[in-house]
Design a protein around this ligand. Sequence first.
Ligand SMILES: [Fe+2]
Length: 187
Amino acid sequence: MYLTPAGCDVSLVIEAVTRAMRTDRVTELAAALAETARRGALDDPGLFPPPSAGGYARRSIWRDPQGRYVVLGMTWAPGQGSPLHDHGGLFGAEIVVSGLMRERSFRLVDRDPDGRHLFTPERETLHGRGSIGTLIPPLEYHEFGNAGGEVAHTVHVYAGDLDRCTVFEREAGGWWRPSSIGLRCDG
Ligand SMILES: [Fe+2]
């Protein structure tokens, strides 16, 4: 049996994700998340941290002991969202468990000698319950946030020990300034 630090039985999730990650295919990962969601294995409220007034909150659900992947639960109060960010070059998948999320994807076009990145907006997608987004570097740059009036919950799986990523702050002319940040979990 696989128990999270909060005491949730996540055996179904971990067995399905571990099988999928052995294939090294994001489509298999997305199918595993879809199947576990269909079976109700992502509905345990203990997978998610309480909402935080300071921004969206993360909880570590599972960290593969061999470092092949991490599973995170996230809680988004209405209006909360991430800045434009990457995923440390890791592929991954993100599923909406409850609520309504908006994803804005960006394509990296250029970098300047000052380290700034030039992005063009690609598409904007609304994700309801059960909707899955995939990230395959270099197609991994996006903003993600709660587009609804209720608290939203999402589950994220990344193909490695994602403890740092890059966030981008918008400047003039489509240029964005990167900064590397450590990813904390809220409990
Ligand atoms: Fe993301």
